[in-house]
Structure formats: C-alpha cells, structure tokens
Design a binder for this molecule. Structure first.
Ligand code: PLP
Length: 459
C-alpha cells in the first residue's frame, strides 16, 4: 500500500514531532484523513498523545505539554483524578460488572445530584453523548407541541444532527443578513431538504428573534440555544430572559444546550448565572467525568411522554401494536454504571473545589490580559467560570458569531503553534478549559511561555 505523504511546512514543528508524523502516516492508511473525529485534525498534522498525568500530557516524541484542551472541556478534574480512578475501580469491584442493562441505584443518585444544581430538570433521562441528548430533546419538544420545526442560532453547535448541522461556521457570502441569517449546511451528505425544517436565529438580537419567531410560531416545536455561545460569548444581560418570555408567549419550547457549560461556566450552568428556566436542558462533558455521556431533563409534563407507563414502544412486544405509543427513548448503554460512578465522583470533588478553580481562572485571565497589554497587542478574553477564549481583536464587544469572525484567527494560530513549542497545548483556535489541577505553578509557567512567544510571533 502506498502511504499518503503529509505536507510539513513548519520545520521546528516537524523536528519536534517526528513520531507524530509517522503515526499520522500509519493512521491515514487505515482511517479517512487519519482521524476518528474531524475535530482532532489541524494542519499540517496534529500531535499524537500517548500519556497524561494531571494537568499535563505527553506526545509520542516525549514532549510534555500543559493541557488546556482537557478533553474538549470534559476533564475538569484533570487527567485520571485519584477520586474518579477509585470510584471506577470500586464500581467494578463492588458491583461485579460494569453493565447491568437493568435499573440500578446510581441512576437515581446521579439524577438527584444533577437536580441540586439544575432544578429545571424535574425529570431526567440519560444518553451517551451530547448529540444523543439533543436528539431526544428535539423529539420530546415535537411530541409535546405537535409541531415539527426547530429554531437554532447561527454559530451554535449541537452535535452531528442533520437538522442542526446548519450555520455553525457559515461563510459570510452565504449566510445572509445579520438580522435574517440563512441556513447554510455544515456537512456534505445531508439531504437537500435537511434545512427545510430549521429556522436560523441571530444570537443576542431579541428584536430580530421576535420577528422571525412570530413568523414561524405555528410550525415551531422549540428554540434550541447554547445560552453562552460556543461556551464563551455571553448573552446580553436581558437576552435570555426576553427569549424565555417570547417563547412562552408564542407556545414554542425553549431548550438550553448546556453540554459545554454545565458544571464548567458555573456549577449551575448558564441558567443559574442568568436565572432563566428553560423547558428542557441537555448536559454532557463534565458530568460524565471524561466518559461518553449526555443527559436530558426538563418539565415533568414534557419528559413524562417517554414514560413506558403512559404507553408502549417497540420493545413492549407484539400485543401492544394498537396501544398508545410512548415517545421512544432507549439505548444499550444508557445509565452506564461505570460512567455514572465517574460522573458522581467528579461532582464530589467539584463541590469542594469549583469556587477556587473559577477564581484561579479569573486571575489567570486578568494576568494574561495584562501581559498582552505590556506587549502592546490587542487581545481580550471571553468566557465564564473555568472556560474562556483568547481573542486577538481590538473590538470591545463580542456579541455573536459574526463579531468572532472579525478576530485575527491567523495570528491566533501562529500563537498556538509557538505555544506548542513552548509546551502549552490547546487545539489551535480552541477555547481554554482549566481543571482543578491547573495550580498556580502551572499557570505561572503558562504565563512565562506566553511572555516569551508573544514578541516572537505577534510583533
Ligand atoms: C453545546 C454542545 N452541544 C452538543 C455537543 C455534542 O456533544 P457530543 O460531542 O458529546 O456528542 C457539543 C460538543 O462539543 C457541544 O459543545
């Protein structure tokens, strides 16, 4: 078999990552683009990691990095936190297996723990990813309202669902007016009518949202939103409240996708920060302790549609064909004991350490801002709690996707590459997710690296 050669324009990068390049050549022979998830890719090829410990990880060439990707935000306790490691070992030891396929205690324990912070999630169902959680949330909304269109916001990501895989990164030329964004598919392989049942909304513009939603209210089951766009762009002070009032008035459900933000932007998510109660919420990432997990919760009346006590579904057998149908929700791994054990252990530690982590993150952001000022480079950070983005921009206000497009992304990529070489990792252009083991020493080292590379790269 002939190996596909990979371009490597950056000599320093290539010299440090010889084994990563060799891995990529092997990977490209067996996987499209060498990837199992396209999000892992960046040019010319990503580094390959094979070991981690706390706040650090190590590539196949033996280079050490402070990890700010933290499993795309999932690992809020850092790599292999001892409390989670023990909980996983204990789950297997005490239960004698890692999968029952029946009800079990941890399903209820986890639901109660989540409800302490998300009282809007009156009833809860488990899934295996944020994507799956959003699929169920949409079905619940459609079943409840008997309407079959969904409105989503430009620039917001909700997983690989055709009707939501629209206008996440639309090119300006195709995206329409800012006040009236058009649906732009983000993937090949979607049916030509994939966008027909989706309405696109502009974030932080309640006037335009009101006009568009009024126009489509009779067909719309729900509005789904990342209440903090991309996990980092804050809603304007009254935006979420106004959206809540508007959707209620129009008979459209409101779904908060807090997959990134739950237990990271604050313990009680963006809904806690802004005191807004959605009809349905989806969460994931942190609450799964670094394992595949998603949760849907919301008003009892909406969630109860999926109860097998109120009807039957395909698993009830032959005799039930004429019965009233329950809203279908199942999955071999739903409520997986090992994942729930890891998630519950994560919440145990976070309850003790979240406040200190959020304070440390705030201080780190301030110090970073001062550093850029010292070097005379315009920069601002956006985010909340233990997650933020570094934006190279002179703009004072970042309110939505189109403002984000005005930032200097090429310079940010150069900066990220130079930081790699100084041992600081986040995926190029990605947000920074801190963990409880990103202590003062680790953060000081990061600031030193920034101080060295800013004049080299950005002047
Ligand atoms: C806001 C949001 N929703 C949904 C998802 C999809 O979650 P998953 O990757 O677990 O399917 C993500 C993933 O990054 C996300 O950030």
């Amino acid at each position: 078999m002939t190996m596909q050669k990979v371009a490597h324009p950056d000599e320093v990068y290539t010299e440090r990552t010889v084994q990563s390049l060799a891995h990529m050549e092997r990977a490209r022979a067996v996987m499209p683009g060498g990837m199992t998830a396209n999000i892992k890719h960046y040019a010319p090829y990503p580094i390959t990691i094979n070991r981690a410990n706390g706040s650090k990880f190590y590539d196949v060439d033996g280079n050490e990095y402070i990890d700010y990707l933290m499993g795309y935000g999932a690992l809020i306790l850092g790599h292999a936190h001892p409390h989670v490691r023990d909980a996983i070992a204990r789950q297997i030891e005490e239960d004698g297996t890692w999968l029952f396929g029946t009800p079990h205690d941890r399903e209820v324990t986890m639901a109660t723990r989540i409800q302490k912070y998300f009282p809007s999630m009156e009833k809860i169902r488990y899934a295996n990813s944020g994507t799956e959680a959003n699929l169920l949330a949409m079905r619940l909304a459609m079943g409840y309202t008997k309407k079959y269109k969904i409105a989503k916001f430009e620039g917001h990501y909700h997983g690989a669902i055709d009707s939501l895989l629209l206008s996440i990164h639309p090119p300006k030329s195709d995206a329409g007016d800012q006040e009236d964004p058009q649906a732009v598919p983000d993937s090949g392989g979607m049916a030509p009518d994939a966008a027909d049942d989706t309405i696109i909304l502009p974030f932080n513009d309640i006037k335009s949202c009101a006009r568009i939603l009024e126009q489509h209210k009779d067909e719309l089951a729900a509005v789904i939103i990342e209440p903090m766009e991309g996990g980092v762009i804050a809603p304007k002070s009254q935006f979420l409240n106004q959206l809540r009032k508007l959707t209620k008035k129009l008979g459209v459900l409101l779904i908060f996708d807090e997959v990134k933000t739950a237990f990271r932007s604050s313990m009680d998510g963006v809904q806690g920060l802004y005191d807004v109660t959605p009809d349905l919420t989806t969460i994931g990432k942190v609450v799964g302790g670094g394992f595949p997990f998603g949760v849907v919760g919301g008003k009892s009346t909406i969630m109860e549609q999926s109860s097998p006590l109120h009807g039957t579904d395909i698993f009830a057998g032959e005799g039930s064909r004429t019965s009233q149908k329950a809203l279908f929700h199942s999955g071999t791994y739903n409520g997986h004991p090992l994942i729930l054990a890891a998630g519950i252990a994560t919440l145990d530690v976070l309850e003790q350490e979240y406040d200190a982590l959020a304070l440390r993150t705030d201080r780190f952001r301030e110090e970073l801002t001062r550093l850029f000022q010292k070097h005379g480079i315009p920069m601002k950070t956006v985010g909340s709690g233990a997650m933020f983005s570094v934006l190279l921009t002179e703009s004072q206000e970042i309110n939505h996707y189109r403002d984000l497009q005005m930032c200097d992304h090429d310079a940010r990529k150069k900066l990220d590459k130079a930081l790699f070489e100084a041992g600081v990792y986040t995926k190029p252009g990605n947000r920074y997710s801190l963990s409880v083991v990103h202590d003062d020493e680790v953060l000081a080292k990061t600031l030193e690296a920034y101080d060295r590379v800013i004049p080299e790269v950005l002047r």
